[in-house]
Write a protein that binds this ligand. Structure first.
Ligand code: ATP
Ligand code: MG
Ligand code: MG
Ligand code: MG
Length: 439
């Protein structure tokens, strides 16, 4: 991508409305634009990151055996009346009337709709287990939308829904998502801690929030320090191996971790003081086993091996991609801007032409831009006429992991400078060596 042809509206000044660093940097880097309170457009740079985040989520959901579908944003109130949640949901639900005066709503979540799909087609235990997910816009009329896309009213959610014959099978489905979430967040350079969450009237030990530690987080969290050393499930994890997945779950829930709602002061104080961690955190995911909460009112049943009808046991599993983007920035930035982990970076490399019009600079930049693009790298080519200082500031702000600086003096000798955004380390290399290094 040539920067002269790109749309990346960089802000020089710090936007006043932004209270936290991720919001500030997303606005300054031209990633998002607020359209009305808590409702955002994603501009090209932001959209690239969001797509990479979604791609990782998708890969890990698929690996864990979930199947992608796509349900609509607009739902009829009928299913919600059937489940009993239409009135309970309250003011967070955006209710809409269509031209026939029918009560519609912009979905805040999809348990009802997916249960309707399930009951319409699945009649036998032989079709189980089943896990269906989608990545779709949600609307919740939050009382206090804030921090940019961290807490917005319209936001993207990956929501998966599992269906099983028995509670035991449902717990295995839960453990699959548990392991998939550990992998998902880790691939984005985040260390997410699963914390016991409130299960409300359903009870049990089977709801976990995945929390990223960050000073600007809205949740207060208490945990054991050991999480830092726990191993993330590998790419070779067998998601059909019941015992292996239970072992992962057991390991990751073996030490204390809770948000303030579930905090047990006595249990926390039993941990040696040096191992205690109390901090703030951001909820990036939430998984839930809820048994027959929806299958019962909505009549989602299958025939079991005994020939009888059984209510299915369900779970739901959410991740917030439009919250993850700022959460990654909260975890990875410095005073000059964003530092993207390579896996979600909008571009792999930025090639900075210090003197467009200079024969050697132009030639080397075109060679690098063309060559790296050909081997499948996402390359941003800064071919603008901006001052050197502005170019460096922009490259640092947008956080592309590697910068290749092509200035007239070194270009004349066939050399370029390669800078690592994170460490700031610079190295002078021949064009060929730089090509080999980055390809
Ligand atoms: P919160 O406690 O932050 O209000 P929640 O518990 O209401 O979130 P869930 O219903 O568990 O959210 O939804 C699953 C995921 O969707 C959350 O873990 C979060 O990543 C994301 N999410 C929820 N609400 C928002 C929002 N207003 N803006 C952005 N992402 C959100
Ligand atoms: Mg909420
Ligand atoms: Mg919550
Ligand atoms: Mg939640």
């Amino acid at each position: 991508m040539r920067l002269t042809r790109y749309f990346m509206p960089i802000l020089k000044e710090n936007p006043k409305e932004a209270e936290i660093v991720s919001h500030r940097l997303m606005l300054r880097a031209g990633m998002i634009r607020q359209q009305s309170q808590g409702i955002y457009s994603w501009l090209p740079l932001g959209k690239r990151v969001l797509d990479k985040v979604c791609a990782i989520i998708r890969e890990e959901q698929d690996r864990a055996g979930a199947l992608e579908i796509m349900m609509p944003t607009i739902q009829s109130s009928d299913l919600w009346i059937e489940s009993g949640r239409y009135n309970d949901y309250g003011a967070e639900m955006l209710r809409i009337k269509d031209r026939q005066d029918r009560a519609m709503l912009f979905g805040p979540t999809n348990e009802e709709m997916v249960t309707d799909i399930f009951r319409s087609y699945i009649k036998s235990y032989k079709s189980l287990p089943l896990n269906l997910y989608h990545i779709q816009w949600k609307f919740r009329d939050e009382i206090r939308p804030r921090f940019g896309t961290m807490r917005s009213r319209e936001f993207l959610m990956k929501d998966a829904y599992s269906f099983d014959l028995t509670k035991e099978d449902a717990i295995h489905s839960y453990n699959r998502m548990f392991a998939a979430y550990l992998r998902t967040f880790s691939r984005m350079g985040l260390r997410a801690i699963p914390m016991r969450a409130d299960t409300g009237p359903i009870g049990g030990n089977h709801s976990h929030e995945f929390i990223i530690l960050a000073d600007t987080g809205e949740s207060e969290v208490f945990s054991h320090k050991d999480f830092v050393n726990f191993e993330i499930p590998g790419i070779d994890t067998d998601f059909n191996d019941v015992d292996a997945l239970k072992a992962i779950f057991d390991k990751w829930t073996s030490v204390y971790a809770a948000t303030s709602e579930m905090h047990d002061e006595a249990a926390f104080n039993a941990i040696p003081e040096a191992d205690r961690m109390s901090a703030r955190g951001i909820e990036v995911g939430h998984i839930f086993y809820f048994g027959t909460k929806y299958s019962e009112p909505m009549g989602a049943k299958v025939q079991g091996p005994d020939g009888k009808e059984h209510l299915i046991h369900g779970g739901s599993y959410g991740i917030g991609p439009t919250r993850l983007v700022p959460a990654i920035i909260e975890a990875s930035h410095d005073e000059n801007g964003i530092i993207w982990p390579a896996s979600v970076a909008p571009f792999d490399v930025v090639v900075i032409n210090m003197k467009p019009g200079d024969e050697a600079c132009d030639r080397i930049c075109e060679t690098l831009y063309g060559g790296l693009t050909t081997v499948g790298k996402d390359v941003l080519y800064d071919d603008t006429d901006e001052r050197a200082g502005t170019k460096f500031a922009t490259a640092d702000l947008i956080g592309v992991p590697v910068q290749v600086i092509v200035g007239p003096r070194s270009a004349a000798g066939g050399e370029v400078e390669v800078k690592d955004r994170k460490t700031g380390q610079r190295e002078t290399l021949t064009v060929e060596a730089a090509m080999n290094r980055l390809a």
